[in-house]
Design a protein around this ligand. Sequence first.
Ligand code: PMP
Length: 394
Amino acid sequence: MSSAMRTRVTEAFKADKDPRKINLGVGAYRDENGKPYVLSAVKKAEEVLRAANPDKEYLPITGLADFTKNAAKLAYGKESAPLNTNSIAVTQSISGTGALRIGGAFLARFYPKSNVIYLPVPSWGNHTPIFRDSGLEVRGYRYFDKSTVGLDFKGLIEDLKNAPEGAIVLLHACAHNPTGVDPTPEQWKEISNVVKEKGLFPFFDMAYQGFASGSTARDAFAVRHFVEEGHQIALSQSFAKNMGLYGERVGAFSVTAADPEEKARLESQLKIVIRPMYSNPPLHGARIANTILATPELYGEWEGEVKGMAERIISMRERLYDALSSTHKTPGEWGHIKSQIGMFSFTGLNAAQTKTLAEKAHIYMTADGRISMAGLNANNIDHFAESVNKAVRG
Ligand code: PMP
């Protein structure tokens, strides 16, 4: 989905004066009252920081070292071999977008085997411009099957098998945006095998760790499996969703290496890429995230809050599924509403139906039928389900 599409949805929503209006175009979590949510662990970390009153000196080029160490531990797991042998080059980044941009520029410049990157079709709308602007050639691999509203696994495997040797492949680690459709653990294992056979370079985008299933370990399954299988990987992490730090712009980019010497070389290359972009990253958000990651009580509280956000979204999926399939007996198959993962859902509604929903029911979503589950709550879900039922029945 393009940001232009989302801007149009937000504009139309703002202009609508009906009290029943619902905005399902937003890409940020909303609580059960439809309001933005600042995590309690974040507020407490900010109190800790206020009391410590740290100075505002520049960070090094690769950012706050404690933060990047703890971010890597969160993603790779404390048992991870490259982590425990000091073989992961990691830098702080300006959230997930910045991590992807550093990764794109780094690979375009220092990865000798290919300048082609394969993205799933569809993918997050900013992926193509990020990688194109980084100097890579962007191609697509099949991902979403409209007819089943599920994964086109056969197409995905075929396309990866036909990719040129050494090409880069972008994989959404969990909670694929925009479809909400993820491979199963078994499918991830097959993807790992094909990536290995073809010598492809896996680049994971992990923007939703913990936010998808409620467990940071479960959501990191694909990343950790690839590392255990001996792949060298690149990884983009964002703390926008799972810590609710959107505008603080907290993220990390990392590349695994064979040993500490290779890690040191990769780190110098990352510095060569980053220094002329922005010299060094901002302090405050990384300090907040690090305080949470490094303080056991805050970490525990944070884990509970991520789980709470994930579970609220999952409960909305269940209520919506029940309302459509049982209460209204809406024509069609709605199982995907429950099986999809993360904040977004491809409903299968078409452009005409989304237009009807906006005009008749004051419900706003993008024309591709994608909704943000976080925009639904106990106060508006009945109106939403009833309206979808009417729109589908025409
Ligand atoms: N990757 C994916 C798949 C996303 O959905 C997003 C945010 N919508 C991002 C990366 C980047 O977000 P941010 O820069 O806010 O961390």
